[in-house]
Write a protein that binds this ligand. Structure first.
Ligand code: C2E
Ligand code: MG
Ligand code: MG
Length: 644
């Protein structure tokens, strides 16, 4: 009983966890037809041995009906075998029907066989017993995949046969009935054990398959994770590289690699915190994802993204330009709305390069160029750009081996008071004359030193020379010194500047540090700290080239400033009335913020008159004095009429 119970449990498990019932039906389909054939042949032979002894209704009519029923069932099973596998529900219904029909057919055959047993002698009785025994054994084997049906048939047939034999009272008949019952019981036990083993095997295979599929899912998930950026859900750098390699391996037509770098992301991150920075990156990623269905977008790290465009570099540039506009749209964050831009560098295959690394390098060069010269725009790598990069590299190599002490110099350009016409300050301007490549502009020098990782050394050398020059000037003349964004973001540079100042005879209060709005694009927190440290020793801070940056007004309000240096493009605008009004408005703004105002780039008498009329405190420009050596400044001072 316990064995039966455990079989039931096993069966339930198998049915619950797998398509076991479908497998049962499929297996039965193969065995039911032979069973019916066997039954039909046995029935026919039994009818035959009773043909002259029993009534024709029992030897012809009933077996004909029974055999016909067997044939119909057999044909139905054979047809079913050709149809697609049944669903679970259909299979279950079919199994139930089979159990019911097996019981019904067993009863019908048994009743017929026992009815025949009323006729004939010992041979015929023996044949009936053999028919019953054979039917039972055949049922057990053919219904091996449906033990319920096999047991039911055996129960009905053997039970009824035992009762019948004992009721008949024939000793031989009783012994034969008991013998058949015992054999049936043993065969049933074998059937039960093999069915249980079959169920266990099925369950363990199912378990194995389940584990395998779980492992496969796990591996797939790991692979997906290794190729996805967790923050934005975009594919990551690894995926991008693999995809690029794949495209190169199968490339039939041109495509383009684009590198996208956000402009102004850092200040948002510094000002609003990393959580807001992350939200911003998610929004930008969403826009990139929606941008084009036929391109591959990935986050390469930080605020840098990669795109693979179908089509040539020209088409990619047009798409890139559209993308720049989309990225520029305001992004609402919690408590603030921010705007960031992006610069894009593009390299087209096969024009720019033939392998992945070169394509990426060239797209990177183009991006670099966009950042420097076309911020917020798109630059395609070309042979012209290649030439520029080569010359940049030549400058870089020359700088790396430069003797900074000998090759670097500082030019001083006086700044005048519009009221007293006296020199109030000199601006130190970097000069580099390389023995191999000649004179290099200060902007290029600074950019090269930063790229070469030599910004600190360069700034300190220039500062040392600037201080040496200023030390030769009267103490009331200030020294203006330009600091780049990189300088301000480097606390060691600031500390070393302050150390240099303490060693110099030039008083710290004579110093004016000029910064540009670009400084605000990089590390805002450190920049503020650097400015505070410089002001703490009595130095002043001037915002240089005012009016050329993109966040002018907000920087005015947010930074600790003393002086505003209005860009020389405004001096040129003084020629017309609108320009004059604009310059006056800027002057008024500076006054409201209690900032002293310098107008740069004064080249004509009229500009000087207009600048003075507009209320500028100071003026600087070629008209008044060109940048020169400290001797030139001393000469200028000598020639100036003494202040009243
Ligand atoms: P800046 O700080 O705005 O310096 C003024 C620039 O305008 C200088 O160019 C000067 O020669 C030029 N200039 C002065 N008056 C006139 C004028 O009337 N008309 C015209 N057209 N130009 C005038 P320079 O020396 O070529 O320097 C260019 C820029 O390089 C500077 O602009 C500054 O941003 C940067 N720079 C120069 N020296 C240094 C330095 O030591 N460190 C850093 N970080 N940047 C420096
Ligand atoms: Mg300057
Ligand atoms: Mg300037």
């Amino acid at each position: 009983m316990r064995a039966l119970f455990s079989l039931k449990e096993l069966y339930r498990d198998a049915v619950r966890t797998s398509d076991f019932e479908i497998a049962q039906v499929t297996n039965l389909q193969r065995q039911i037809a032979p069973l019916y054939a066997l039954l039909s042949v046995s029935a026919a032979s039994l009818a035959y041995t009773h043909r002259d002894l029993a009534p024709t209704s029992l030897t012809i009519a009933v077996p004909a009906v029974l055999i016909a029923a067997c044939m119909i069932r057999s044909v139905r099973w054979l047809f079913a075998a050709r149809e697609p596998a049944p669903s679970r529900i259909e299979a279950r219904a079919k199994l139930r029907r089979t159990i019911f029909l097996a019981a019904f057919i067993a009863v019908a055959f048994l009743a017929w066989a026992l009815a025949l047993d009323q006729y004939g002698g010992p041979d015929q009785h023996g044949h009936v017993s053999m028919f019953i025994a054979m039917t039972v054994v055949a049922c057990i084997f053919c219904l091996g995949y449906l033990p319920m049906a096999a047991m039911l048939v055996c129960g009905i047939v053997i039970g009824a046969f035992l009762i019948y034999s004992f009721a008949r009272g024939s000793e031989v008949g009783m012994v034969v009935a008991v013998n058949i019952a015992l054999v049936t019981l043993v065969i049933l036990k074998v059937l039960r054990d093999s069915f249980a083993a079959f169920l266990r095997l099925e369950l363990s295979q199912r378990d194995l398959a389940h584990k395998q599929s779980e492992a496969e899912v796990l591996i797939e998930t790991n692979v997906a994770l290794a190729r996805t950026d967790p923050l934005t859900g975009l594919p990551n750098r690894r995926f991008f590289h693999d995809e690029l390699e794949r495209r190169l391996a199968t490339a039939q037509s041109s495509f383009a690699v684009a590198l996208v770098d956000l402009d102004g992301f850092k200040p948002v991150n510094d000002t609003y915190g990393h959580a807001q920075g992350d939200s911003l990156l998610k929004v930008i990623s969403e826009r990139l994802r929606d941008f084009g269905s036929d391109c591959t977008v990935a986050r390469l790290g930080g605020d840098e993204f990669g795109i693979l465009f179908n089509g040539d570099a020209g088409q990619a540039a047009k798409a890139g330009q559209r993308l720049c506009e989309i990225i520029k749209r305001p992004v609402p964050l919690t408590g603030a709305t921010v705007v960031v831009g992006c610069s894009i560098g593009i390299a087209g295959y096969p024009q720019a390069a033939h392998n992945a690394q070169d394509l990426l390098d060239r797209a990177d060069f183009a991006l670099y160029h966009a950042k420097d010269h076309r911020r917020g725009g798109c630059v395609v790598f070309s042979s012209k750009l290649d030439g520029m990069i080569r010359s940049e590299r030549a400058v870089e190599s020359a700088f790396q081996i430069a003797d900074l002490d000998r090759e670097l110099a500082v030019a001083f350009q006086p700044v005048f008071s519009t009221r007293t016409h006296q020199v109030v300050a000199v601006e130190a301007l970097a000069r580099w004359t390389s023995p191999s490549i000649g004179v290099v502009s200060p902007e290029r020098l600074i950019a090269t030193s930063e790229r070469a990782g030599m910004a600190r050394r360069t700034t300190l050398k220039l500062f040392e020379k600037a201080l040496a020059g200023a030390a030769r000037l009267p103490a009331e003349i200030r020294l203006n010194f330009n600091l780049s964004a990189v300088d301000l973001a480097d606390e060691t540079t600031i500390a070393m500047i302050l150390d240099e100042l303490t060693l110099s005879p030039v008083d710290a209060t004579r110093l004016v540090f000029e910064i540009t709005e670009n400084s605000l694009i990089s590390d805002m927190t450190t920049t503020r700290r650097s400015l505070a440290r410089l002001r703490a020793v009595g130095a002043k801070v001037a915002l240089d080239d005012f009016g050329t940056g993109f966040s002018s007004l907000s920087s005015l309000h947010e930074l600790p400033l003393d002086i505003l240096k209005v860009d020389r493009s405004f001096a040129a605008q003084l020629a017309d009335a609108t320009g004059r009004r604009l310059v006056s408005a800027i002057r008024g703004l500076a006054e409201t913020l209690s900032l002293r105002c310098v107008l740069e780039g004064i080249e004509t008498e009229q500009q000087l008159v207009d600048a003075t009329a507009a209320g500028f405190d100071y003026a600087q420009g070629y008209l008044l004095a060109r940048p020169g050596s400290i001797e030139d400044v001393l000469e200028t001072l000598r020639q100036l009429p003494k202040a009243a």
